[in-house]
Design a protein around this ligand. Structure first.
Ligand SMILES: [Ca+2]
Length: 625
C-alpha cells in the first residue's frame, strides 16, 4: 500500500466534512423542498379526513402520521404565532385574535416578526413563500406592512378573510386585489399552483411553500356567523350528512365549569344548524382535496413528488354540537385541540404512524431539522422538540413527551345559532397527559374551578373527577400544570425534570409514588384572580416556587419587545363585500389557471379601502393596566 494513500483519503474525508458543514447557510447542497398545507379549524375527532380521500391516499397513506398531535391553543392567531415562533403562547404573549391579547399588529410590535420560521429557513438556504391566511388582523388597513421574512407573500386580508366569495389579497404589500367572480379556495389553489410551478423551474434553489386556505372555517360577515360556503360544484355533496352523534353531542347531563355549565341543551333549530355546519364543512373540504391534488400533480409532472417533504395539518380543531355548543373552538377538549398531522417525503417511512404525543410547537424545530439547519443556528427560545426522530423509529423513548400544555385567554361562544355570545369566562390552563396506558385532562378555569377527566375510560370528557375523590392524582396534575404554565425551552420539553431536578421522576406514574405526597401537597394551586381576556402575570399568581415573573427568562421576555402600550383599538374594518355574489366555484373552475382566475380581478377602490374602522364589526375593548 502506498504510504500516502491513508493521509490522502483522510484529507478527502476532512474536505468532505468541511464542505458538508459549510453547506449550512448557503444553497450549494441540494435539500428537499417543503410543501406545508395548513387548513383552518379542521377537526380530527369528527372525521374530517373522511372528506379528503385524495389527500389520505396520496399523502397520508404514503407517509407517516402523528396520531396524538395537538394544537396548544384552540384559536387561530395564537396557534399560528406559536407554530411560526416555535413557542408556547404564554411565551409569545400573542394569546387572542385581536388586541390587546393578540393579532398581527401585536406580532409586529413584539418584534417576533423579525425572528421566526421564514428567516430561519433563509439561514438554511431556503426560499420561503406563503399563500393564504397568515393570522388575524392582517387586513386592508395594514396590508402594506408586509409580513417579514417571506420571499413571496400573497395573503388574504381581513375583513374579507372569512367571506369565501369575496377573496381579497395583497401580494407583497401591493394594493389589495379583489378576485371578482371567484371562490377563495380556487384563488388560493391557482396562486399556489402558479408559485409551485415557478419554484420548480429553479431546481438549484430549495424552497418552502406554505399554503393556508381558510376552509373549512365558518363564514363570518357583518350579519353574523354561518357555515362555510363551499365551491358551487361541491354544494350538493353528501346529502343528508349530519354531525356525528358522539356520546358528548348535546348531552342530557352536562357537568361543566364556567359558562359551559350554564348553557341549556341545544334545541331543534340549533341541532339543525350543527348538522348544516357539519355538512358544509365536509363540502368545503372537497375544495382542499382538489387543491392538494392539483399541487401533487404538478410535483409529479416535475418528477419531484418523492423528493418533496409534504406536511399536512390544521391550526386547531373544532366541535359541532359537542358539550351542547352548536359550532366553534376555544375549548380545552379533544375535539378542539386534537388535529390531523402527517408528513410524506424522502426518508420517511410509508404508511406508518406513532402514538407519541406532539404539538404545533414542535413543528418549527422539526422543519428546521429537516431543512438541515445546524442546531447552533436555531433560535435559543424554541419550546418544542424535533419530531424527525419519531419517524426514524426512536419515538416515545422519553416519557416526558406525555405532557401537553394547552392554554387559552379570551372569549368563547358559538359560531352561529347562538346559545351564548361572547362568553367571557373562557380563560383557562390545561394539561393533557397521554401516557402509554393512562391519560388525563386537567383544567383550571379562570373561575378557579377544576375539571379532571380520565381520558382512557372517558374519552369524550364528560364524567368529571372531583379533586377530593382522587387528591393524590389531583395534586400531581396541579403540580405539572404549575410547571408548564410558565415553562420555557427545556422545562417545556421535560417538565417532570423541572419539578424533580434530581431526575427521579420521568412521568405521572413515577410522580404518584407516595414518597412525593408531601411535595405535591405543598405546591400552590394554579389560580386566577379574575377572568381576563389576555395574559397578565399578576393575574395568574401564584407560580412555581422560586419563579419570578419579572425575570427576563420568564415568559421568554428577553426574546420579544414589550407590547404593554398596545391599547385597545376598535376592531378595524367591515365585512361588507364589494359585491354580493352568493355562489362561486362552478364546474369549469376545476384546475383553472391563474390567468383565468384573474380575469375579473380589480384593485379595491379608495372607498373600499377607506372603510377601515367603520361598519358593524367595530368593537371597543376595555383597557387593562
Ligand atoms: Ca383557525
Amino acid at each position: 500500500m502506498n504510504p500516502l494513500t491513508v493521509p490522502v483519503a483522510l484529507l478527502y474525508f476532512v474536505l468532505a466534512c468541511l464542505a458538508a458543514s459549510q453547506a449550512h447557510g448557503n444553497t450549494t447542497v441540494s435539500r428537499p423542498n417543503i410543501l406545508f398545507i395548513f387548513t383552518d379549524d379542521q377537526d380530527l375527532e369528527l372525521g374530517s379526513l373522511n372528506y379528503l380521500p385524495k389527500i389520505r391516499e396520496r399523502v397520508q397513506d404514503q407517509g407517516f402520521t402523528f396520531n396524538n398531535h395537538y394544537a396548544t391553543v384552540a384559536l387561530c392567531c395564537p396557534s399560528r404565532v406559536a407554530l411560526l415562533r416555535g413557542q408556547h403562547a404564554h411565551n409569545t404573549n400573542n394569546t387572542f385574535v385581536q388586541a390587546q391579547g393578540g393579532g398581527y399588529d401585536k406580532f409586529r410590535l413584539s418584534g417576533e416578526d423579525q425572528d421566526y420560521l421564514p428567516q430561519w429557513l433563509r439561514k438554511a438556504g431556503y426560499r420561503s413563500e406563503y399563500i393564504g391566511k397568515l393570522m388575524n388582523q392582517y387586513g386592508i388597513y395594514n396590508y402594506n406592512i408586509t409580513p417579514k421574512g417571506w420571499d413571496h407573500f400573497d395573503g388574504l386580508l381581513d375583513p374579507y378573510t372569512y367571506t369565501f366569495n369575496t377573496p381579497v389579497f395583497s401580494q407583497n404589500g401591493q394594493r389589495p386585489i379583489y378576485y371578482a367572480n371567484q371562490h377563495q379556495t380556487d384563488v388560493i389553489r391557482a396562486k399556489a399552483a402558479d408559485r409551485l410551478t415557478r419554484l420548480l423551474a429553479n431546481p438549484d434553489q430549495p424552497w418552502y411553500l406554505q399554503v393556508a386556505p381558510v376552509a373549512p372555517h365558518q363564514q363570518f360577515n357583518d350579519s353574523g356567523r354561518y357555515p362555510p360556503v363551499p365551491l358551487l360544484r361541491h354544494e350538493n355533496l353528501y346529502p343528508g350528512l349530519t354531525a356525528p352523534r358522539t356520546p358528548n353531542f348535546n348531552p342530557v347531563v352536562q357537568d361543566k365549569p364556567s359558562w359551559l355549565g350554564e348553557i341549556p341543551q341545544m334545541n331543534a333549530s340549533q341541532i339543525a344548524f350543527s348538522d348544516e355546519t357539519y355538512r358544509r364543512r365536509a363540502q368545503a373540504l372537497a375544495g382542499i382535496d382538489e387543491m392538494v391534488s392539483h399541487l401533487l400533480d404538478i410535483l409529479a409532472q416535475a418528477g419531484k413528488l418523492d423528493d418533496t417533504l409534504i406536511l399536512f395539518s390544521s391550526d386547531h380543531g373544532y366541535h359541532v354540537g359537542q358539550h351542547r355548543v352548536p359550532a366553534g373552538k376555544t375549548l380545552p377538549y379533544r375535539e378542539d385541540t386534537h388535529v390531523p398531522f402527517f408528513v410524506k417525503g424522502p426518508g420517511i417511512p410509508k404508511g406508518q404512524s406513532t402514538l407519541a404525543p406532539s404539538t404545533h410547537v414542535d413543528l418549527a424545530p422539526t422543519i428546521l431539522s429537516f431543512a438541515g439547519l445546524s442546531k447552533n443556528e436555531w433560535p435559543p427560545f424554541l419550546d418544542g422538540r424535533d419530531l424527525t426522530s419519531d419517524w426514524n423509529g426512536s419515538a416515545h423513548t422519553n416519557a416526558s413527551t406525555e405532557v401537553i400544555n394547552i392554554e387559552f385567554w379570551g372569549l368563547s361562544g358559538s359560531e352561529g345559532a347562538l346559545i351564548i355570545s361572547n362568553a367571557t369566562r373562557n380563560t383557562y390552563k390545561t394539561i393533557r397527559i397521554i401516557g402509554p396506558d393512562y391519560g388525563y385532562l386537567y383544567t383550571r378555569w379562570c373561575t378557579n374551578e377544576t375539571e379532571i377527566y380520565d381520558t382512557v375510560i372517558d374519552p369524550y370528557e364528560q364524567n368529571r373527577i372531583q379533586p377530593s375523590a382522587q387528591p393524590s392524582l389531583a395534586n400531581r396534575l396541579n403540580g405539572i400544570l404549575l410547571a408548564t404554565k410558565t415553562c420555557v425551552q427545556d422545562s417545556c420539553r421535560d417538565p417532570w425534570s423541572y419539578l424533580h431536578p434530581g431526575g427521579s421522576v420521568h412521568n405521572l406514574k413515577d410522580a404518584l409514588d407516595p414518597i412525593h405526597d408531601q411535595y405535591y401537597a405543598s405546591l400552590p394551586q394554579v389560580s386566577f384572580k379574575e377572568c381576563l381576556l389576555f395574559q397578565s402575570p399578576r393575574n395568574e399568581e401564584p407560580f412555581f416556587p422560586g419563579f419570578d415573573p419579572n425575570a427576563p427568562y420568564a415568559f421568554a421576555q428577553q426574546y420579544r419587545n414589550s407590547t404593554a402600550l398596545l391599547g385597545s383599538p376598535a376592531y378595524p374594518g367591515t365585512n361588507d363585500a364589494p359585491e354580493a355574489i352568493p355562489e362561486l366555484g362552478h364546474f369549469g373552475a376545476v384546475y383553472q389557471g391563474l390567468a383565468e382566475i384573474e380575469k375579473d380581478a380589480r384593485v379595491l377602490t379608495d372607498e373600499e379601502l377607506a372603510s377601515t374602522g367603520q361598519g358593524t364589526r367595530k368593537r371597543a375593548w376595555p383597557l387593562y393596566g
